[in-house]
Design a protein around this ligand. Sequence first.
Ligand code: NAD
Ligand code: IPM
Ligand code: MN
Length: 352
Amino acid sequence: TTSHRIAVIGGDGIGPEVTAEALKVLEAVPDATFEQTHYDLGAERYLMTGEVLPDTVLDEVRGHDAILLGAVGGRPGDPNLPPGLLERGLLLRLRFELDHYVNLRPSRIFPGVATPLADSVLAKGEVDFVVVREGTEGPYTGNGGSVRVGTPHEVATEVSLNTAYGVERVVRDAFTRAGARPRRRLTLVHKTNVLTHAGAVWSRLVREVGEEFPQVEVDYLHVDAATIFLATDPARFDVVVTDNLFGDIITDLAGAVTGGIGLAASGNINPDRTAPSMFEPVHGSAPDIAGQQKADPTAAILSAGLLLDHLGHHDAAARVERAVVEDLAARTAGGPRQTAAVGDAIASRAAG
Ligand code: NAD
Ligand code: IPM
Ligand code: MN
């Protein structure tokens, strides 16, 4: 067995609840042991101390092999928490500083899982795709500002940053993933018909990098049309590469159509391994159900599976996925279970 040091940031709302279950599963699998450092970052710490992510804490976090995160952010509209303060100051700061340029978001309809998709849609084929969402650029960089704030003449800009360097590296990662999958298909999702400047750099780099991957079939969809196909023919997708904001939006939709946001996992990957990668569910802190043991911890558990895979424990990762698939298949019987009961059930299957 190998031992790894992981930083654990439960965060806000249901974050700590689902993270506790993911940790149970990590503790249960053979082959790896984990030395955990817990960080109490999030809304509570901010309200008590005014701190969001002190530099010293960031430096400590850097020294770990990986990060497991729950969710960050308060109840939308909370007067004590400025909008975006935690999202930008904690979550996005980690993604940017640790160069998580690949935000990997797999979507799969697991056997027997209920989805809102019509039978005619499900009949079109197996749904198993992965979104490679760019994680360090786009409209997320804080490149904008406001003038004449609060007046009828207020003007606000939020400029999308797209560098050839940043686009090329995420596109190459997506092609590499597509080339390693049976269907070898890559779909660029963008809005090149309107966002012509950013669109040009994405299109050019997909074309250029694509020359290195002649075995990969390349497709393009405008993002609005991509949402149509996510609802009407998700089987058409294999690997999707897209910018930070489009990727955020289509992966919530992908989660909803493949069995619910409670199942959607993600990894914020630094493929060059110059800093630890970070694993978290796609969902947020869900203030509406926080503290009630109602949250589904499966997304957090599958994210822990992605962490295992990233650290080279492919058998353990497969074991976690198998345990989830078995648990999902057993779910139809009985009513809803508490968060901890789901975690216990999956952990015992993953250990067995
Ligand atoms: P959300 O994902 O927290 O919740 C959307 C809906 O999905 C809610 O009804 C919620 O109850 C439900 N839901 C989410 N996770 C669930 C789970 N595991 N099991 C069952 N139901 C679940 O999105 P939101 O309401 O837009 O955002 C709430 C807060 O979370 C905001 O502050 C937002 O900024 C933050 N957020 C953080 C992250 C993150 O940390 N990565 C992601 C998204 C949103
Ligand atoms: C996500 C979240 C974040 C994002 C927010 C909370 C900054 O929605 O992880 O999907 O937009 O990336
Ligand atoms: Mn999101």
